[in-house]
Design a protein around this ligand. Sequence first.
Ligand code: GRF
Length: 204
Amino acid sequence: MKRLNLAILISGRGSNMEALLHAAEDPDYPARPILVASNRPDAKGLDTASSAGIATAAIDHKAFGKDREAFERALDAELEKAGTEIIALAGFMRVLTPWFVGKWEGRMINIHPSLLPKYRGLHTHQRAIEAGDAEGGCSVHWVSAGVDEGRVIAQARVPILPGDTEDTLAARVLVEEHKLYPEALAMACQQILNSGRKVEFPES
Ligand code: GRF
């Protein structure tokens, strides 16, 4: 069975990355992790990935100043070298340029801690509590040009309870993220594999 070469991009803790690595231990899972890359060399998730025997790359965005595309070209070189076929963003805290999104569109997904289209961007849980919402949750979506705007693949919901704070709600949602992301990544891989489209890299 064909498994797509998976690169996971992180910026910090990497608990969603860990959930994906765990799911991919199953030889029937449709993605095989080949690289974990971070824009922050001190990201805790890099150590976790190394301990799991996965190749890692740290590309410090600060070295590129304000030139986002130069950073992305360095990142892209690592992704290409590793033979990446699908990218999962997992707490990757860089806004991507149209060049990078255009290159990987249809092969890049993200997890966002809200029930999209509600609460794109940051502080999603606080905003849901302040709005008096009865439910919060998380979404996995294809990455397109607008931030957190791509087509949703799957969502999970949790209740917002009286007395919830940003932290208590985030913790309840995170439990669901760790279940949802492996499922949604498998669905994304199946969509790519079933499309019959040959996965190949366009000229950059
Ligand atoms: C998660 O809540 C994810 O939804 C958001 O950033 C957080 C990353 O956490 N995009 P982790 O690094 O996966 O633990």
